[in-house]
Design a protein around this ligand. Structure first.
Ligand code: NAD
Length: 494
């Protein structure tokens, strides 16, 4: 097991093929421009919550309080829906090209403040600065740009039918990609002419509230977008509000089911982006070095807090030993630590609660007979950290093969035939994503047809593009985000 560092922290070291390499700290120093307290964003203004209550947002890398966040109650959610309903008429009546201009402005302003947003995202959520800088923030801007491009072309979204907006949309998002999930939800809703009430996750509200500053700077009409912050009760109030023409939820399957039960019998439309337990399948003809990089990216990106993470590796028996040996070598050089350090590969786990869930499931893996491997690495003395972990000798019945761990933990299973790989990959209640590594085009075609997953990557993993629809099968949800299909989920057809 990895050791826990005691103070004072030494410069971190990594073992690379027997040589000891020392790295100097390389902290990102841009000012995230955080406020000590964040209010709700309703009707284009920051307003104090009617509850009078605030909760702390904590930096998971060092457990220090970052800011106080307003706790929205039902009256605040009512006020947000009322503001959105007032804004809907004029906003939906604007020509699409005018709405597109606002979306372009939001994207450009986000690009202007990209470094500041990246640092804020990392401090609030624990992800490595390299990822928030190179992935989260640019992809969020890309979603606004992409949907700005659609706003004046809505006549072509559904050939043969006219599209119109639904009204006020309620949205609730998770903590793993706070700004990006927000962009996935806001951009298509706004391009189509809807107004929004959105609740970010309670551990990661800050970039949403910083984006509210951008919405003000972009001159977005008051009430078109409203942010209410809080935890489950606030989320339930947003999802169950009678003013919502549609709700869009991203989060766990368990909460998604609860919301579906809450809304059963109403005419509120729903889309659900839920959990996953993706199979990343490596055949014996795959480019092995490339596959190993894809496996590492598939499970350790964002500490494994990724709904489409390749958390089950299915490896063809003839190459299993070689792949596992290479993976272990690769794990030994992953750098775990300060998320603000530009050399960090794995940052902090998002919260104490998530860390204990990961620990519980890893303990279950050991108890049920899977074989644990963790490289030697030292973890910072304070903060929520978990080392990169893999399990071999995993069977289909193990909890670590069935349940979403949502952490840096890879469960490795083997297979002998293509049919067995398909059978094992599909043997899950989830169906969000999958990966296939092989030299054969025909095999890629067959696997992409037979794998019951919304996204199937071939010889790559975790690739995203705003033009490419993303969403699940089975208990991973329904509806799509991105592309023409994502826009259609915010439209009425006539
Ligand atoms: P979660 O379901 O616990 O919480 C998600 C959001 O729902 C949070 O904002 C939370 O405050 C809110 N919430 C909690 N209870 C609620 C209720 N009863 N009614 C309404 N809202 C409520 O999930 P999480 O731990 O924040 O996120 C991790 C989960 O999200 C994982 O299962 C992951 O796979 C999933 N996820 C899915 C996608 C996707 O696109 N399919 C993307 C990212 C994350």
């Amino acid at each position: 097991m990895p050791s826990r560092r005691t103070s004072p922290p030494r410069p971190r070291a990594s073992l690379i093929f027997g040589d000891l390499w020392e790295f100097d700290p390389a902290p990102e120093t841009a000012d995230p421009k955080l406020k000590p307290r964040y209010d709700l964003f309703i009707g284009g203004r920051f307003v104090a919550p009617r509850t009078g209550r605030y909760f702390d947002s904590v930096n998971p890398a060092n457990e220090r309080k970052i800011a106080e966040i307003a706790l929205a109650g039902e009256a605040d959610v009512d006020a947000a829906y009322a503001a959105a309903a007032r804004a809907f008429g004029p906003w939906s009546a604007l020509p699409g090209r005018e709405r597109g201009k606002y979306l372009y402005r939001i994207a450009r302003l986000l690009q202007d403040r990209a470094r500041e947003f990246a640092v804020a995202e990392t401090i609030d959520g624990g992800k490595p600065i390299r990822e928030s800088r190179d992935f989260d923030v640019p992809m969020a801007a890309a979603h606004f740009f992409y949907h700005a491009g659609w706003a004046d072309k809505l006549a072509y979204v559904a050939p043969g039918a006219a599209v119109s907006p639904l009204g006020v949309v309620g949205q609730v998002i998770p903590w793993n990609f706070p700004l990006l999930m927000l962009a996935w939800k806001l951009a298509p809703a706004l391009a189509m002419g809807n107004c929004v009430v959105l609740k970010p996750a309670e551990t990661t509200s800050i970039t949403a509230l910083k984006l509210a500053e951008i919405l003000q700077d972009a001159g977005l009409p008051p009430g078109v977008v409203n942010f209410v912050t809080g935890a489950a009760d606030t989320g339930a109030a947003v999802m169950g509000h009678p003013g919502a023409a549609k709700v869009a939820f991203t989060g766990s399957t368990e909460v998604g089911k609860r919301i579906m039960r809450q809304l059963a019998g109403t005419d509120t439309r729903m889309t659900m982006e839920l959990g996953g337990k993706a199979a990343n399948i490596v055949f014996d003809d795959a480019p092995i070095e490339q596959a190993v990089e894809g496996i590492v990216n598939g499970i350790f990106f964002n500490q494994g807090h990724v709904c489409c993470a390749g958390s089950r590796l299915l490896v063809h028996e003839p190459v299993a030993d070689a792949v596992i040996a290479k993976l272990k070598n690769r794990l030994r050089v992953l750098r775990v630590g300060d998320p603000l350090d530009k050399n960090t590969d794995l940052g902090a786990i998002n919260s104490a609660e998530q860390l204990s869930r990961i620990r519980r499931l890893v303990a279950a893996g050991v108890r049920e007979g899977a074989v644990l491997y963790q490289p030697p690495c030292s973890l910072p003395g304070k903060g929520f950290y978990f080392p990169p972990t893999l399990f071999t000798r995993v069977t289909q019945s193990h909890r670590i093969a069935r349940e979403e761990i949502f952490g840096p933990v890879l469960s490795i299973l083997t297979f002998r035939t293509v049919d067995e790989a398909i059978e094992k990959a599909n043997n899950t209640p989830y169906g969000l994503s999958a990966g296939v590594w092989t030299d054969k085009g025909s095999r890629i075609l067959r696997m992409s047809t037979e794998l019951k997953a919304g996204v199937v990557w071939a010889n790559t993993f975790n690739r995203f593009d705003p033009a490419s629809p993303f969403g699940g099968y089975k208990e991973s949800g329904f509806g799509r985000e991105g592309g023409r299909q994502g826009l259609l989920d915010y439209a009425r057809l006539s």
